[in-house]
Design a binder for this molecule. Structure first.
Ligand SMILES: [Zn+2]
Length: 237
């Protein structure tokens, strides 16, 4: 799948002349590019990004060749984008280890706060806050280990995001893989594109988005119970 311009690339090297956008079909900022990157593709992507960030530093008149503080910054930033900030675009979602709902538990389960560390797709600045997930299990459905919800939040957060779509992506993935009777995903987060630029809002300024699925979407009493449990779990601010 890696676009190559010669056999030399097959012996472990990567061909820098290959345009990196040919690695995969370009996707929306908060979509996956498909199959996880191979180590060779990852190496090519980091090297290509480093070259472009170096160019950006030149445009911005940063003397990174002589300044000890910024000398390795293009490489560091390229690695950070590919391996951390946008890792979720280039890797598989977590495998959800399924457990049968053998005890036939059918009341609302709420887990949180789950740390959200993401990046806004509009400005590439951090979004940080907490997620809460409410699950109304199906009697014949599947309940997954609690830590898996944290992993799912992390996976979809590590890409340039829009908070309204992040709650939907997390919820749809869990619904598709565990078939609950109902599900709720709520995120309260600070957007640094609002606190560090533009209007320079207070760090207490948050945005809350909630996505409801199935029976929770249809019943106000379940929504209220979910929101009540979110408050009980510490979503005070
Ligand atoms: Zn933004």
């Amino acid at each position: 799948m890696l676009a190559r311009s010669g056999d030399d690339a097959c012996s472990g090297g990567v061909t820098m002349s290959v345009s990196v956008h040919r690695l995969r079909r370009p996707a929306r900022a908060n979509d996956s590019v498909g199959q996880p990157l191979t180590p060779a593709e990852r190496g090519l992507m980091i090297a290509s990004a480093e070259a472009k960030i170096t160019e950006l530093f030149d445009v911005l008149q940063i003397d990174h060749r002589n300044d000890a503080h910024s000398r390795d910054t293009p490489r560091r930033v390229a690695r950070m984008f590919v391996e951390e900030i946008m890792e979720g675009r280039f890797s598989d979602p977590p495998a959800l280890t399924e457990f049968e709902n053998t005890s036939a538990f059918d009341d609302l389960i709420v887990t949180g706060p789950i740390e959200v560390r993401s990046t806004c797709a509009h400005h590439l600045l951090p979004i940080y806050g907490e997620a809460f997930i409410g699950i109304l299990p199906a009697l014949n459905g599947r309940i997954i280990g609690l830590s898996k919800y944290d992993r799912v939040v992390q996976h979809f957060s590590t890409r340039p995001q829009v908070q309204e779509e992040l709650v939907q992506q997390i919820g749809q993935f869990i619904v598709e893989h565990t078939a609950p009777r109902g599900l709720a995903v709520r995120i309260s987060a600070v957007h640094m594109c609002k606190t560090h630029r533009g209007v320079k809002a207070s760090h207490k300024s948050r945005m809350i988005t909630t996505a409801y699925f199935g029976a929770i979407a249809d019943r106000e009493a379940l929504k209220e119970q979910f929101l009540h449990e979110c408050l009980a779990l510490g979503q005070i601010d």
